[in-house]
Write a protein that binds this ligand. Structure first.
Ligand code: ATP
Ligand code: MG
Length: 278
């Protein structure tokens, strides 16, 4: 991973909202994200997650510090619209889809700024919708699609220009709206697949630990600072470590499990071994 090109680099990235009694939404963030990484950003409400995403996607300007995306210093980019449409794909909330356009047309929108023929635009949109499992819904309006399907259209649209960086803010829901667990898993499986197959660099903001587990790196923000930046080399090992700290895990390790758990007794020694090694 260390030899891959850097896609995102921030130095002392700071965002202060308002003047005077201002809110330091981000405070001196130093971050490097390389090509092909799948990063989850977590942290409590108000910790600066959306602010960070907005700065990375050039939707907002930093108060101070450096923010470089795909080799470009965002404070120096003159045509931010062009930068956004060429380099970044956004998956934000549902209402980002245009309600009067069918799925295919929604996915075509970002491509209007590119020098491609209508036929090529059509074909790419169709292929992307197939990729996200919506080949049979090309002519459906957003209102005719389920929440999960709409979000998949949003992902297809985010990929339309083959962006170097895909930014997703709560792609599986927030406090107002949430996908079912099944759809969440499906959607995250899809994002992981895109990340692996196409080497897309993904930064996903989420409250949902199950979503974060799809990533290979979890950055936790707190009050505008990076509290933790953790790489998950092995999800199973992480799970095992977590289990080891649980009451049941501790009981297994200490041999204090009630004896009347016959189903467990055969695997208990092996389980204990695994936990010890974790
Ligand atoms: N446009 C704004 N004007 C003033 N303050 C803002 C603005 N946007 C965000 N803030 C403040 O900046 C801080 C960080 O906000 P941000 O939206 O980044 O949080 P978040 O981590 O995304 O939270 P959530 O999980 O609730 O979406 C919050 O204290 C918020 O009140
Ligand atoms: Mg937010």
């Amino acid at each position: 991973m260390a030899d891959k090109p850097i896609v995102v680099e921030t130095q002392n990235l700071t965002k202060v909202y308002g003047d005077g009694g201002a809110v330091r939404a981000l405070d001196g963030i130093n971050l490097t994200i390389r090509e092909g990484e799948f990063v989850a950003v977590m942290g409590p409400s108000g910790s600066g997650k959306s602010t960070l995403l907005n700065l990375l996607g050039a939707l907002d300007r930093p108060t101070s510090g450096v923010c470089r995306v795909a080799g470009q210093d965002l404070t120096r980019v003159v045509d931010l619209d062009r930068f956004r449409s060429k380099t970044v794909g956004f998956v934000f909330q549902l209402h980002n889809l245009i309600p009067t356009l069918v799925a295919l047309e929604n996915v075509e929108i970002p491509m209007y700024e590119q020098p491609v023929s209508a036929a090529a635009r059509h074909e790419r949109a169709r292929r992307l919708l197939e990729l996200v499992g919506l080949g049979g819904r090309l002519r459906f309006l957003p209102s005719q699609l389920s929440g999960g399907e709409r979000q998949r259209v949003a992902i297809a649209r985010a990929l339309a220009n083959d962006p170097q960086l895909v930014l997703a803010d709560e792609p599986t829901g927030n406090l107002d709206w949430e996908l079912s667990q099944e759809s969440t898993e499906e959607l995250m499986g899809l994002m992981r697949q895109l990340n692996r197959d196409q080497g897309t660099t993904l930064v996903v903001v989420t409250h949902n630990p199950a979503v974060a587990r799809s990533a290979e790196r979890i950055i936790t923000l707190r009050d505008g600072h990076i509290l933790r930046d953790k790489r998950i080399d092995n999800v199973y090992l992480e799970d095992l470590k977590e289990f080891k700290e649980s009451a049941l895990g501790r009981a297994i390790l200490q041999g204090t499990l009630p004896a009347e758990l016959p189903a467990l007794t055969t695997i208990l020694p092996k389980l204990r071994e695994l936990l010890k090694a974790a």
